[in-house]
Write a protein that binds this ligand. Structure first.
Ligand code: SAM
Length: 357
């Protein structure tokens, strides 16, 4: 026998950041007039918001995924299917979908939380996935066009799963909200993936073509050993790499790179550049102030930077940094976007750029 509970909004996050996710969804829901409570367990890698009202369509319509910092994915109208029998999980899942969703889906994603515990389900999912996909297709659940919602079946165990939907352009395009980026050969550090992910999260395809190309210029503050510089050079940019530490010799030999061993908090370019990126480990407010300086003074047009979060009040720190940058950039055309990327640890990555859309 399967059992179903109330519909909720399911958010995936980095394990350990459930509290921040819970605060974000509670505040965001309140701004669209929906109140409820959050079910979350520490280090589980997800949180579920359950509205007090049974019909809370405003959440799916009005919440914007881009506004979330700590959520990797947002899944709406989620229903918990429990006590699925070992011999037949397909029947209760299809029944749940038929009873709760009246639209068809572009694809089916069988997912879990990003925890070691949940990873133990991966061999079960590998076996289950083809059978479920063909059952979903036979049941007429797949629409075959990319504008349809995506169906998420988020397994808590082999007997229980949340089933919900996300909407294209208002969700993460990646399975489990995780981009699978390969470490490029020749990159001097793993953090190159962080900047690669930031480019794909914060920039549209058009912006990437326009801002990441030969002829563009960047300053990389706190560049050593050079993962971020490598990423920029790889896109054809000329980079001034600022760090007292040593840069990867291969980068140093590249004519597109100039290495200056100076203090990143006091050096400014003589000529304005397109980008400033910053990965220096410092108090978040100090980095936010520095980035606001660069943009307010026109030293750079766009910034991408990391905020290393404190142990406590992590979300509050991000909100305070945003307020600080916005107060300095009274030119409202600047757009702030922040996200805890998959490649981020106890930190978030921020993009501040002139609003062009
Ligand atoms: C996390 S590492 C940067 C890693 C780099 N983004 C990469 O991809 O390889 C931080 C760097 O900031 C540099 N740093 C810290 N304070 C600095 C300062 N005041 N001026 C310049 N560099 C600084 C450190 O020397 C260190 O190399």
């Amino acid at each position: 026998m399967n059992k179903q509970t109330a519909r909720g909004t399911l958010l995936y996050c980095r394990p350990g950041f459930e509290r921040e996710c819970a605060q974000e969804i509670t505040d965001a829901a309140a701004t669209v007039g929906v109140y409820g409570f959050v079910k979350a367990r520490e280090n589980s890698g997800f949180a579920v918001f359950i509205p007090y009202e049974t019909v809370a369509t405003g959440l799916r319509r009005d919440l914007r995924f881009v506004d979330f910092v700590f959520a990797r994915q947002i899944v709406h109208d989620a229903v918990l299917v429990e006590a699925m029998p070992t011999g037949d999980r397909i029947t209760p899942l299809l029944q749940c979908i038929r009873e709760n969703f009246d639209r068809r889906f572009s694809e089916v994603l069988l997912e879990t939380a990003d925890t070691n515990e949940a990873k133990e389900l991966s061999s079960f999912l590998k076996k289950f996935s083809p059978a479920f996909n063909s059952a979903a297709a036979n049941a007429g659940l797949l629409a075959g066009h990319s504008t349809a919602p995506r169906l998420h079946v988020f397994f808590l165990s082999s007997a229980a799963a949340w089933v919900g939907a996300s909407d294209p352009d208002n969700d993460s395009p990646w399975h489990m909200g995780i981009p699978r980026l390969k470490l490029p050969r020749g990159a001097p550090s793993r953090s190159t993936q962080k900047l690669a992910e930031a480019f794909s999260v914060f920039l549209t395809e058009h912006e990437r073509a326009d801002w990441l190309r030969e002829g563009r210029t960047a300053v990389d503050l706190g560049a050593a050993p050079g993962g971020w510089t490598w990423q920029l050079v790889h896109h054809g940019l000329h980079v001034t790499a600022i760090d007292n530490g040593a840069l990867d010799p291969a980068l140093l030999a590249n004519f597109q790179v100039e290495h200056l061993q100076v203090d990143g908090f006091h050096w400014h370019p003589k000529q304005a550049v397109d980008w400033v990126v910053c990965d220096m480990i410092e108090k978040p407010a100090r980095i936010a102030n520095l980035m606001a300086d660069w943009l307010a003074n026109g030293y750079a047009q766009r910034a991408i930077f990391n905020l290393k979060l404190p142990m406590k009040k992590r979300r509050e720190e991000v909100i305070a940094c945003k307020a600080l940058v916005e107060a300095r950039l009274t030119d409202t055309n600047f757009l702030w976007r922040a996200r805890q990327l998959y490649h981020d640890r106890e930190e978030v990555t921020v993009s501040v750029a002139r609003h062009q859309r």
